[in-house]
Design a protein around this ligand. Structure first.
Ligand code: HEC
Length: 99
């Protein structure tokens, strides 16, 4: 039992250790570029320079399905729908640091 509990603690520590950069590199960089300067699918604005607050609220709007600027809202929705509010905050902080 003790072993199980310590394994659970380790596993949750690993989950919480996922940084905004890890989320960005794993879930966003393919379309938006590692530096945030790629226009996703040649449509979106570049996200570098947008600022963390704007990126956070934009991601939340895509997650709920209320944002669809260039007709690709569902592409973004499926890219962010599994992220928790905490994940969204960390990835927005990281993406917002890209200049
Ligand atoms: C499969 C490609 C893809 C992935 C992966 C992806 N995006 Fe996007 N993103 C897009 C597209 C396409 C749009 C434009 C959607 C629309 O029509 O509104 C967009 C739009 C955005 C916008 C708004 C840009 C604008 O022009 O206002 C932000 C911010 C954004 N994405 C952030 C992210 C973040 C952060 C992640 C990772 C969690 C991510 N995206 C993952 C393709 C992607």
């Amino acid at each position: 039992m003790k072993k199980v509990i310590s394994m659970l603690i380790m596993a949750s520590a690993m989950v919480f250790a996922i940084s905004g950069k890890d989320i960005y590199d794993g879930n966003c960089a393919a379309c938006h570029g590692a530096d945030g300067k790629t226009k996703a699918l040649d449509k979106s604005a570049q996200i570098a320079g947008m600022g963390a607050g704007v990126i956070e609220s934009t991601i939340k709007a895509y997650k709920t399905g209320s944002q669809n600027k260039y007709g690709e809202g569902t592409t973004m929705k499926s890219s962010v729908e599994t992220l928790s509010d905490g994940d969204i905050k960390s990835v927005a902080d990281y993406a917002g640091s890209l200049k």
